[in-house]
Design a protein around this ligand. Structure first.
Ligand SMILES: Cc1cc2nc3c(=O)[nH]c(=O)nc-3n(C[C@H](O)[C@H](O)[C@H](O)COP(=O)(O)O)c2cc1C
Length: 220
């Protein structure tokens, strides 16, 4: 084992965690905060972010003069790169993800090297509805996978979120609470394994048969 691998072994796995809601009393923020507790309890390191830090003006290709990026996009990019994986707890708006998170993803996708590529992601949602905001996660998966992120297959959606938390911010149903923790720990184990076996490289193009052409290339 070389020095770099030894250093890697000793460092805890780092997770960027944030809620894609700007609302003060957001259920998704509660879920994101609960995720940080579970990660820390299980030996991971958390970098908790507020979506305000990543908020960007509406994307407009004309604003990309001299490779300019908004401050929120720079921050989002830096925090993705500073961690081994990221976890988003997202509301569902009209059967999809909120516009602000898609907008931030679009801005970040313009950096080279393209920051989402090869980064592991876990998606979760909370909603007062019976679906728990799950459709937001299917829509969020699409751009992230398109950009080469490894989105964990199991997603957690907390239904009837307005009734689901204890006053201390835990999930009150014991079975659901266990599923939440099991889901997170399984993700943590995958991220840790991938960190120690970086040879698992992905050939990042949307379709392997795509004709190479700089105008359609999304990574360097
Ligand atoms: C514009 C808008 C659209 C919404 N559409 C949905 C929806 O399609 N499905 C759903 O479960 N909840 C929907 N909701 C309700 C949100 O799930 C609810 O407001 C939730 O509390 C938002 O997440 P937050 O608490 O983390 O801010 C919508 C809310 C808004 C404001």
């Amino acid at each position: 084992m070389n020095q770099e691998q030894q250093n890697n072994q000793q460092q805890p796995t780092r997770f960027l965690v944030f809620s894609a809601s700007l609302r003060n009393d957001s259920f998704n923020t509660r879920l994101a905060k609960l995720a940080t507790q579970v990660i820390e309890k299980n030996g991971g390191k958390v970098d908790y972010a507020n979506m305000k830090e990543f908020d960007c003006p509406s994307f407009n290709q004309d604003l990309e003069i001299n490779d300019a990026h908004p401050v929120g996009a720079e921050e989002f990019r830096n925090r993705i790169l500073a961690n081994d994986a990221f976890i988003i707890s997202s509301p569902e708006y009209n059967g999809s993800m909120p516009g602000l998170i898609k907008n931030a993803i679009d801005w970040v996708s313009r950096f080279r090297p393209q920051p989402f590529n090869e980064h592991h992601a876990l998606l979760m949602s909370a909603s007062p509805s019976m679906g728990g905001g799950n459709k937001a996660l299917w829509s969020l998966r699409m751009p992230l996978e398109h950009l080469g992120a490894r989105v964990f297959p199991d997603m957690f959606s907390l239904a009837t979120a307005h009734k689901a938390f204890t006053p201390e911010g835990k999930i009150s149903d014991e079975t659901l609470s266990k599923r939440f923790e099991t889901n997170l720990v399984a993700f943590m184990q995958l991220v840790e394994a991938a960190k120690h076996y970086p040879c698992m490289k992905k050939a990042w193009v949307e379709f392997l048969g795509e004709q190479p052409d700089p105008i359609t290339e999304r990574v360097e």
